[in-house]
Structure formats: C-alpha cells, structure tokens
Design a protein around this ligand. Structure first.
Ligand code: GCO
Length: 479
C-alpha cells in the first residue's frame, strides 16, 4: 500500500537541523577604546594614524565603541536570534608588553573584557566563536620584523595558549587566523594594509610564518582547551579564467596557487605547492621553511572557515594595452600578486557591491564543493559573507537595504545548494553585524546589517537584519 505524501515544498530552502546562524566582527573594526584596559598599539593603530593610509584619515580609535557597548550589541544579536557570534581577540589587550623574545605578563583586564563578553553571549544563548588573529598585531612585534620573523609565530603560539586556557571552558570554537592572504600580501607586498610594506620576499616569508603560527596555535588550543574545536579561516578565491585559452588557464593557475593552495596545501597535505615555489624562485628560495615546520602546520583541524564575497576573474596580460585591475591595484602601484606581472584582473560587467566587487553566488557553491573535495572529513563553515552598499535611510529612520537582502538571498541559496550537493557546511556567519571600520576604506563602506550612526553610536537594525532574523527563525530561506 502506498501513502500519498505532500510534494516537497518548493517555496522554501530548508537548512539542516542545528545549522549555526551567526554574524562576524573583528576587534579593531568595532572595539575602539584603543588606549583603555591596558591595551598597547597594534600595527593598525600605527597604520591608520599615518597620513594617507586610510581614506579621510579615519582610525579605529572609537569605531563602534563596542568595548563599552558590548552588552547592548549582544542584546541586538539576541533579538535577531543569532545562535553564534564570531569575534576576534585583540592580541595587544592580552599581552600588552610582548616582545619578539618574550610574551610578557598576561593583562587581566584584557582577559576580563573577553570573558565578560563570552558570559554575556552564553547568557543570551549565543555560542561564542573566537578568532585569535584578525590583523591587529602588537606594534612591538612588527618593530622586530613582524610576520617576516619566526619569533612572531612562536609568540603567537604562546598567546593562543593564554586565550585558550582562559576561555576554553566556555568557547567551543577557536579560529587561529583570519585570512592570512590579506595579512601577508596586503600587509607586506601591496602595502595597502598594515604594516604597509612593499617587499615581495617579505610577503612570502610572512605566508610561511602565518601558516606556522596557525600550526603552533592549533597545538596550543589542543593542550589548553581540549574540548574546544580548532579552525582556520581562509579567503579562498573562486578563480575564473576569462577565456579557454591556455594563457588564461596559466594565469588562473598562478592566482590559485598564491591565494588558495599556498594556504590549503601545507595544512591539508603538509607540503607547499611545487609550482608556487618554482613561480617565485626569483623572489625567494623558501629557506625560511625549516625541518619540522610542515608537520606542525599539517596537524588536523576540525573546521575550515571559508570567507567568500566575490569571484576572481583573471586573464593573461599581453602588454599591448593598459593593464586592468578590477581589484583596484592599478599599474604603477605595488601588487599583492607576486610573480604575476603578466596577469590582469579584467573589469566585469554586471552587478557589483559598493566595494566594486562583482556579485556571483555561484562562486560560493563551487568554492564550498571544492573545499569539501580537498578536505574530506573536515567540517566547513562560511565564516564571512556579506556586502557593502550605500544605505538609504527614509524619513522615519528605516534603513532600506534591498541590495544587501538580494545579495544575502543569492548567497544563502548558494550555500544551500552546496549542502544539497554534499558539502558538510554547518554554519554561516554574516559579515557584518555592525557597520564598522573597513580597513583602508575607513567608515565609508557599510557592511553591517545594523546601521551605526558614528556621531551618536545609535544602532538601527536595517531591513536586512529583519530579513536575516526571519531566515534564522525558520531555519530556511523562503523565496
Ligand atoms: C576580511 C575581513 C573583514 C572585512 C570584510 C569586508 O576578512 O577581509 O575579515 O575584516 O571587513 O571582509 O572586506
């Protein structure tokens, strides 16, 4: 006998039970209070206070004043129904006297701030996920070489142990690094991020020391917080050659190597990609990789965090015409793309965000499926996805951000598609909860689902926040 079943609903994309719905932020982008609680300067304090580095000379001195308003911010998260929140710990709050040789004393006020935040989150039923490094390196370490020095990685491993020991009893997920691609190449090759250096060899050295820092921190977390899980967050690129030509395929191979495989391979396979080492042989001999390093880096992780915003279109550049740089790194400026003189990033038609980034949710699905193939057995989380758009505020103070809702709809559907196709994606963190300090762009780019008035610090949930709250409540995307 057969029973008649209702046809599966086609008007909702249901996410798996227990799917984590979160939002992400980073310390320097929201906290402010840069001289309070015993904090010492980070490279971003120095960089943002250097004229010409950040649009309009803006700094993170006050930012969203989250340091003083975190309880209000957690209450907003609770109202939206977030089940998890990803934030980063500011290293110079935890060990403000760190030097290249010595971690220095632990600052109880620094630990206290994050401990109070964790408790506030837990009381609101929100699971905390901590990123240990979201780019605010203590300035004293940069003065001693920054990520070009092995000792920075060693101190990072010790700092990770301090945070894990203090908070591991209440924090189920520690993410070692956020987007080491940015730290290494934007910080040391193109110089558009702190510390603002333009030295290709330094950038590749930084790549390795960041990978090593991840491995040392992962081991620290295992020791100090054995019940917590360990993750690494990468901004992986969905690289699209502009045509089927072998030259464009070669351009794609090189960009894939520098952005994806130079971070994925050491962690997942315990080796650096041979082609990347060959491509960059004129820049460095890679002798900074010491015996044993790759074993440290390749220790298993529990979760791979994927940040995805936009596709990366590449093309072979023939020198017959001016080079196109859709990502804004124009000719004559230092490039983050090492040994890629004949690669260009062609402008694309179609919809873009306020960052000028093309909107293509297919990249999210494809990337998640690739990671699932390359990291079998490793859980995946989308640790960042979102969009900057200029907000329209109506006469009643309502923030109508239809563009952002459309972007989120497309990308949530793309995540759903990846899950349906077998990718073990267990959570999604929207970037970002609040409008905040968008690095070299300052406050001009708004990524928040909650609007921040920087004069009054008044927070106003945008329409996208209400949309996201509805998705969370249903655990589904309705069409
Ligand atoms: C990023 C960062 C965020 C940015 C966001 C938008 O990891 O690049 O994590 O800090 O603000 O990506 O550019």
């Amino acid at each position: 006998m057969t029973t008649t079943q209702a046809a599966p609903s086609t008007d909702a994309l249901q996410f798996p039970a227990g799917f984590l719905w979160g939002s992400a932020t980073a310390s320097y982008q929201i906290e402010g209070a840069v001289t309070e609680g015993g904090r010492t300067p980070s490279i971003w304090d120095t960089f943002s206070h250097t004229p010409g580095r950040v649009e309009r000379g803006e700094t993170g001195d006050v930012a969203d004043d989250h340091y003083h308003r975190f309880r209000e911010d957690v209450a907003i998260m609770a109202r939206l129904g977030l089940t998890t929140y990803r934030f980063s710990v500011s290293w110079p709050r935890i060990t403000p006297q760190v030097t290249a040789d010595d971690l220095g004393p632990v600052n109880p006020e620094g630990i206290g701030f994050y401990s109070d935040l964790v408790d506030e989150l837990l009381a609101a039923g929100i699971s905390p996920s901590i990123t240990l490094y979201h780019w605010d390196l203590p300035q004293a370490l940069e003065d001693a070489g920054g990520w070009t020095s092995r000792r920075t990685a060693e101190r990072f491993g010790e700092y990770a142990e301090v945070v894990a020991a203090a908070l591991g009893d209440r924090v189920p997920l520690f993410i070692t690094l956020n987007e080491p691609w940015c730290s290494a190449y934007l910080g040391y090759a193109s110089g558009v991020h702190a510390p603002g250096r333009t030295d290709d060899a330094a950038a590749l050295t930084a790549v390795h020391h960041l990978n090593l820092a991840h491995g040392l921190a992962a081991a620290s977390i295992r020791r100090a917080a054995p019940t917590s899980r360990v993750a690494l967050t990468l901004n992986l690129a969905w690289v699209r050659p502009q045509t089927d030509s072998p030259e464009d395929a070669e351009a794609a191979r090189r960009v894939d190597g520098l952005q994806n495989r130079v971070f994925l391979d050491p962690v997942l396979k315990g080796a650096y990609p041979a082609d990347v080492q060959a491509d960059t042989a004129a820049v460095t001999d890679w002798s900074f990789v010491q015996p044993g390093d790759l074993d440290v880096i390749a220790a298993p992780i529990d979760v791979l965090g994927v940040n995805y915003y936009s596709p990366t279109h590449v093309r072979h550049w023939t020198r017959e015409r001016p080079k196109e740089h859709a990502d804004g790194h124009g000719e004559g400026k230092a490039s983050p793309w090492i040994a890629c003189d004949d690669v260009e990033f062609p402008f694309q038609h179609g919809r873009k965000t306020d960052m000028g980034w093309s909107i293509d949710p297919r990249g999210m699905t494809e990337l998640l499926l690739r990671v699932a193939r390359e990291a079998p057995g490793c859980e995946i989380m989308v640790t960042e996805n979102g969009a900057a758009f200029p907000d329209v505020i109506d006469a009643n103070g309502r923030v109508i951000d239809t563009d952002r809702i459309d972007y989120l709809r497309g990308h949530l559907a793309a995540v759903h598609e990846a899950i349906e196709a077998g990718a073990p994606v267990t959570g999604y963190y929207l970037w970002s909860l609040l409008d905040n300090f968008e690095w070299a762009w300052g406050y001009g780019k708004r990524f928040g689902i909650v609007h921040v008035d920087y004069n009054t610090q008044v927070r106003t949930p945008k329409d996208s926040a209400l949309f996201y709250a509805d998705v969370i409540r249903r655990n589904a995307l309705t069409r």
